[in-house]
Design a protein around this ligand. Structure first.
Ligand SMILES: O=C(O)[C@@H](CO)OP(=O)(O)O
Ligand SMILES: [Mn+2]
Ligand SMILES: [Mn+2]
Length: 659
């Protein structure tokens, strides 16, 4: 134990043995929903019987925020929900939740179900997500340290953020328990708002409080305002996974009030976290904002654009061509398509591609000249708060030595990210908002306690089971005890073309790692249901789910052979519901009477299955965990490695009963 009293050493579990080989499988975008023709998981032959897990425990502020890989894998790996933005470091919500049992309606019911995993002892927790239907709360005043309970009458959920009292309390880092009622009618909603736990919220706070403009990052870019142009590059939607339109709007306002006289916005259209086709509307909103700025004398325009999956937002270095296409349009002002207006550009280009894949375009003036290339003396801000799809562009903008593609010109600019995208690489070196620190992740504990680890996925999700899993940190904790293997993803295609992706290769690597008996934890992410689900192609997504299912079988067979344990779960939903639904849950039709395909993640819970011949008899899902979620998995897995989890981790989901 060090002088601080901290020790990496974990206690031995009183009842569970060490030394069992454990397979940790994350099915990306694999949620639970009723079987119907838009459910590609139940549509797959040999379907699994899955159970619900509520995604809220990943720390997103409201029940309207769908889960995503980042927050999902952060929670899975870190075992805690991090409170940020003014509240004490560490865990804030769980203590409170524990003392609030009576008002929480999330149950963790063990359901012993015969399933395709039936060869093994297997338990399914049911984490219900019926928070919306909770009984009204009666308390109306401060009742616990750092948590305030509210019952709000006649207030829609969307107005909550606009309520000055609430936004003040959120701003100073309080957790709020909020119930919303309309007059004397039944409860509309009740949820606990955890003090800002996620990146989007950190940016919200910095913008709302104005602190963003006092920070080092903004002061740095501001130096360019007098003579240079401010370029804002990022995803244009209100999806809230990588970026949010309202944050761009606030930043435009804030920067122009603080001296930015010439602003160019380089947009990336979405259609992945929001409905396909919605990009036109977002561009119109932005154009309207920019024209208002122009009325105030600010020279503000959209300068370039393209679909996020084809332009700029590649990740984990899968295809530098994507970033190059963006660079050419944004920095060099060159693109195959030239338009006078961005609305016109998006409308026209949508005739040949969907929002995610629009080809790059630049906006040109009357003389046909690009209106906003990046030149020496300019400032650039990348707007996305989420790291994975901004790191590659950040490298191109920041690194003097760079050989991934020919940049042609490398302008001398002042560049800041919305956040620091990689803490290990310190990239970018300047950023507007400080990221949360996620330390003492389960991966780091495990290597300190003798658990050797093998992690693998294909490129598009490789960072999810390494970087996100380890608290947004790249590299090994201890290279003698860890091996991370990346299988190159297909590039230059949309994944509905090859929906099996690299599931077979990933499972073969995992199988070999298990059978080698060199590692006590073998962790994989199987991307199929998510990546193909995002394409909106239902038939291909069924094939994708089947491929992931077969990969899991191979891994489970290997676990069977070595007498090990498996944990199979997912990070959020996607493939289990591929249609936009109305409030009644019915498929929604567009203006032309067509079904609206849902390419985004969902709000659905995810399964968690534990089993295998190495699972000690008497292991059960606990009945007394009122609110189980992804953050509870880390402690559970530590137990299965024969260790007691750190006390500040979210509680384990299992117990051992004497038979
Ligand atoms: O593709 C992505 O970037 C996101 C959706 O925006 O998906 P995931 O969170 O599953 O990585
Ligand atoms: Mn995911
Ligand atoms: Mn996804």
């Amino acid at each position: 134990m060090g002088s601080s009293g901290f020790s990496w050493k974990l206690e031995d579990h009183p009842k569970l043995p060490k030394g069992k080989i454990l397979a940790m499988v994350v099915l990306d975008g694999w949620g639970e929903a009723n079987p119907n023709k838009y459910n590609c998981i139940h549509g797959a032959p040999d379907k699994w019987r899955l159970v619900r897990a509520h995604g809220k425990a990943v720390g997103l502020p409201t029940e309207d925020d769908m889960g995503n890989s980042e927050v999902g894998h952060n929670a899975l790996g870190a075992g805690r929900i991090f409170a940020q933005g003014g509240s004490p470091k560490g865990r804030l919500a769980p203590n409170i939740v524990e003392s609030q049992e009576s008002s929480r309606a999330c149950h963790l019911d063990p359901v012993l179900t015969p399933t395709p995993l039936r060869h093994h002892r297997c338990f399914w927790p049911r984490l219900s997500n019926d928070d919306y239907s909770r009984r009204p709360l009666n308390a109306t005043c401060v009742v616990l340290p750092r948590i305030v309970q509210f019952v709000i009458e006649d207030l829609g959920l969307s107005s909550l953020r606009r309520c000055p009292l609430l936004s003040f309390l959120m701003g100073i880092g309080l957790s709020l328990q909020i119930s919303v009622r309309a007059g004397s009618t039944p409860l509309l909603a009740s949820f606990i708002y955890f003090a800002p736990p996620n990146l989007a919220k950190l940016v919200d706070l910095a913008l709302d409080s104005g602190k963003i403009y006092d920070g080092e990052g903004f002061s740095y870019i501001k130096e360019s305002f007098a003579t240079g142009t401010l370029h804002l590059i990022g995803l244009l939607s209100d999806g809230g996974v990588h970026s949010r339109l309202d944050q761009l709007q606030l930043l435009l306002k804030g920067a122009s009030e603080r001296g930015a006289k010439r602003i160019r916005v380089h947009i990336l259209t979405d259609g992945r976290d929001v409905l396909d086709g919605s990009s036109v509307g977002f561009v119109e909103i932005l154009e309207n904002d920019l024209s208002k700025l122009r009325e105030k004398g600010v020279d503000a325009q959209i300068a370039s654009g393209g679909g996020r999956m084809y332009v700029t937002m590649d990740r984990y270095e899968n295809d530098w061509g994507v970033v190059k296409r963006g660079w050419d349009a944004q920095v060099l002002g060159e693109a195959p398509h030239k338009f006078k207006s961005a609305v016109e550009a998006v409308k026209k280009l949508r005739e040949g591609a969907n929002d995610q894949y629009l080809p790059p375009f630049v906006i040109v003036d009357e003389s046909g000249k690009a209106v906003g290339p990046v030149v020496d003396g300019d400032a650039v801000v990348t707007l996305n708060f989420r790291a994975d799809r901004m790191v590659m562009l950040a490298k191109a903008l920041e690194y003097e030595d760079f050989d991934k593609f020919d940049r042609v010109r490398f302008p001398k600019i002042r560049y800041a990210g919305m956040l620091e995208y990689d803490g290990e690489l310190k990239l970018p070196s300047k950023y507007l908002v400080s990221p949360p620190e996620i330390e003492r992740t389960s991966g780091e504990y495990l290597v300190h306690n003798g658990v050797s680890t093998f992690a693998c996925s294909e490129t598009v999700k490789f960072g999810h089971v390494t970087f996100f899993w380890n608290g947004n940190r790249s590299g090994y904790f201890n290279s003698d005890m860890e091996e991370y293997v990346e299988i190159p993803s297909d590039s230059g295609i949309t994944f509905n073309v090859k929906p099996k992706m690299k599931a077979l290769e990933i499972s073969e690597k995992a199988r070999d790692a298990i059978l080698s008996r060199k590692y006590l934890q073998v962790r994989v992410n199987l991307p199929n249901s998510d990546m193909v689900g995002h394409t909106g192609d239902i038939d291909a997504t069924v094939v994708a789910c089947k491929a992931a299912d077969e990969a899991v079988k191979m891994i489970l067979d290997a676990i069977e052979q070595v007498g090990g344990i498996y944990v199979v779960t997912a990070d959020h939903g996607n493939a289990e519901d591929m249609v936009k639904r109305n409030k009644k849950g019915e498929p929604q039709l567009d203006k032309n009477g067509q079904i609206q395909i849902l390419t985004s993640h969902t709000l659905e819970p995810v399964p968690l299955a534990i089993g295998g011949p190495g699972l000690a008899p008497g292991v059960r899902f606990r009945k007394d965990v009122p609110d189980g979620g992804l953050a509870n998995v880390a402690a559970t897995v530590m137990n299965l490695h024969g260790l007691v989890a750190p006390t500040d981790y979210e509680t384990t989901l299992i117990e051992v009963v004497d038979n």
